[in-house]
Design a protein around this ligand. Structure first.
Ligand code: DC
Length: 228
């Protein structure tokens, strides 16, 4: 398990602004941004395409064993390839978010991705974003944040983001999906969504992106290790 000093973890529910903030914080620190949600989405897409039910099975284990999943840093963003195909756009739909949430409750999927994430983390200098970065994957990370915001605020932001991508979305439906996904991510037995005991909890409901990044950057620099 990496105990490297250069790991920053950012956990929290969907729509709290984790991706944008993690990306900007990584850039400010000169670190690599690790989007672990994209990994769960990629596994969900692979399972869906293979026509597998989203439960543990020998077939799912075989699929994981031959999965060729790669994350590429593209201009500070995450490009994802699955068996050589660029699936970066395909994994971003609300449907894939729900499928990712379902596969993320499966122990064999978590074991597989936790190991992959630790291998990437072993190279150091990463900002790792997800649900269990500070609690399970990198418990020894020196800088842990838990980013939260009210469900209504998160729904509003997600709707804006999806509309900017040209998707037709309905705000009450997105809010219902956010609440359902929070519930599923927090209630699952394995690596549930919760702050690490030593995480700094940041509520972004009334802070803008720049404010949150400045607060985190200040904390990382003040607490020493890992600062550039
Ligand atoms: O962050 P995201 O919306 O792209 O994540 C998609 C789903 O993946 C989310 O519902 C929960 C799951 N996930 C997880 O269980 N653990 C992580 N470290 C990252 C994501």
């Amino acid at each position: 398990m990496p105990t490297l000093s250069e790991i920053v973890t950012i956990d929290g529910p969907s729509g709290a602004g984790k991706s944008t903030i993690s990306r900007q914080l990584a850039k400010a620190l000169g670190y690599t941004y690790l989007d672990t949600g994209a990994m769960y989405r990629a596994v969900g897409l692979a399972a869906q395409r293979a026509g597998l039910p989203l439960v543990e099975s020998v077939a799912l284990a075989a699929l994981l064993a031959r999965l060729d999943l790669n994350l590429l840093a593209v201009d500070g963003d995450t490009g994802v390839t699955l068996n050589g195909e660029d699936i970066s756009a395909a994994i971003r739909s609300p449907e894939m978010a729900m499928i990712a949430s379902r596969v993320s409750a499966l122990p064999m999927v978590r074991t597989y991705l936790t190991e992959l994430q630790r291998r990437i983390g072993a190279q150091g200098a990463i900002v790792a974003e997800g649900r269990d970065m500070g609690t399970v994957v990198f418990p020894g990370a020196p800088h842990k944040f838990f980013l939260d915001a009210s469900p209504a605020e998160r729904a509003k932001r997600r709707v804006l983001q999806l509309r900017q991508q040209g998707r037709q979305v309905d705000e009450p439906e997105i809010l219902a999906q956010i609440i359902e996904r929070d519930q599923a991510d927090s209630a699952r037995a394995l690596a549930p969504l919760r702050p690490a005991l030593d995480a700094v909890i940041v509520d972004s409901s009334h802070l803008d992106i720049a404010g949150v990044v400045a607060l985190m950057l200040g904390h990382v620099k003040r607490t020493g290790q890992g600062a550039p």
